[in-house]
Write a protein that binds this ligand. Structure first.
Ligand code: MRU
Length: 397
């Protein structure tokens, strides 16, 4: 007989773990309940113009959401992969025609599902880590029902842990920057979207900005539009405006000019998709040039990431696979416009002429040498004096 399913939604899980309803920002990238099994993903391609949640009832649907970047951001990708498997297994196993007759059939299904999910996006390590954890559970178990119960619980734990990890990153990062600063209040720059939409809630780099703001230490947050997918202009803007954080949108090419103006900017804060053992960090394309300009202007360059984004299996950033995306993301821009009936519609318009060649790497690698500190939920890591690399092995030991 199957173990009784505990009935709870995300809010109840928070209560069980003693967390209050967390942020003033209630728009979640993911809405999950175990009973009835349900996973809904906020379609970020339509933001900020439309708020549409899409149901994910299978691994294939989870894969599509990640591949098409309806959900994106390293932690959110890992969580959605795990929860889509959880919901898929819950739905299939509650069906009288359940295909998992024995542990071998379940194992082979979990293996092929995880392999499929891992093929969606190559750079963010969280997806691979989540998959390894789920596979290790499956391999060790002998009983179909117990395996499913454990997989579901683990996927739920990933969602919950990420919220608490982000809260800790926010607190530790804000403390660190404030301690290093000569000023009571200061401004920061950020890139891409690292907020509630990229994680389970609150965010990493944006979590630090939220925390600085709540402590009245933040003068202003400047954020880049983040071409070509415009995570900054569409998503970070949405979150910052919603939280009433004083902020200004700039083009990716304006950061050096901004820093040259002495506007009391203390740090550039970014997230990470994969951090190698030496601290080299893959993050959204454009991050590397921000680190160079931070060094030139003598301000801190902070990477904020949960320890689940650190990949101790690779020595340096040279081993990180950089995803290249469809060139149409550069060729076309999407926005909202009136149609002939005066209704608002999402429209795509072409920028360059036909026949143009484009290169669209989605990430770049910032060398550890350029990074001041890596803020994780477990603490803030710096390089030993005189060294140009971090020792993340020792830090995570
Ligand atoms: O291509 P995306 O939008 O998935 O890329 C996201 C980023 O690069 C983020 O900065 C990173 O994942 C950190 S999110 C907390």
């Amino acid at each position: 007989e199957r173990p009784a399913m505990i009935k709870y939604g995300l809010e109840n899980i928070r209560e069980l773990l003693g967390h209050k309803k967390m942020s003033s920002f209630s728009l979640s990238s993911v809405i999950y309940t175990r009973s009835p099994p349900s996973l809904k993903i906020l379609n970020q391609l339509l933001l900020p113009h439309k708020t549409v949640y899409e149901s994910v009832a299978s691994v294939q649907e989870g894969y599509e959401q990640i591949k098409q970047m309806k959900v994106r951001g390293a932690p959110a990708i890992g969580i959605v992969a795990a929860l889509s498997l959880a919901v898929d297994l819950l739905l299939q196993s509650s069906n009288p025609a359940c295909p998992f007759k024995d542990q071998e059939s379940l194992k082979s299904y979990v293996k092929s599902s995880l392999d499929h999910l891992k093929s969606s996006r190559p750079t963010a390590v969280n997806l691979f880590r989540a998959s390894d954890i789920l596979w290790n559970i499956t391999e060790k178990e002998n009983d179909v029902n117990i395996t499913i119960e454990k997989l579901v619980k683990e996927a739920e734990k990933m969602l919950i842990d990420d919220i608490q990890d982000n809260k800790n990153i926010g607190k530790l990062g804000a403390e660190f920057i404030a301690k290093e600063s000569q000023n009571e209040k200061f401004s920061v720059v950020t890139h891409c979207n690292t907020g509630s939409l990229a994680t389970a809630e609150y965010g990493t780099a944006l979590g630090i900005i939220r925390s600085l703001h709540s402590q009245n230490k933040l003068s202003h947050a400047y954020f880049t539009e983040t071409r070509p997918y415009n995570q900054g202009a569409r998503l970070t803007a949405y979150e910052l405006i919603n939280d009433k954080i004083p902020s200004t949108l700039i083009c990716d090419s304006m950061v050096s000019a901004l820093l040259s103006l002495n506007k009391n900017i203390e740090a550039i804060i970014v997230g990470a998709d994969r951090v190698a053992s030496n601290g080299d960090t893959a993050n959204k394309i454009g991050t590397y040039q921000l680190a160079i300009t931070a060094k030139y202007h003598n301000i801190m360059f902070i990477v904020a990431a949960p320890s689940t984004s650190i990949d101790l299996t690779i020595k340096s950033g040279k081993d990180i696979i950089i995803e290249e995306r469809d060139g149409n993301e550069i060729i076309y821009v999407k926005g909202i416009a009136e149609n002939e009936n005066g209704e608002l519609e999402i429209k795509k318009v072409r920028l360059p002429p036909e026949g143009v060649k484009v290169w669209n790497p989605s990430f770049d690698v910032t060398p550890a040498e350029l990074i001041t500190a890596i803020v994780t939920e477990k603490g803030v890591v710096m390089k030993d004096n005189g060294t140009s690399e971090f020792n993340l092995f020792d830090f995570l030991k």
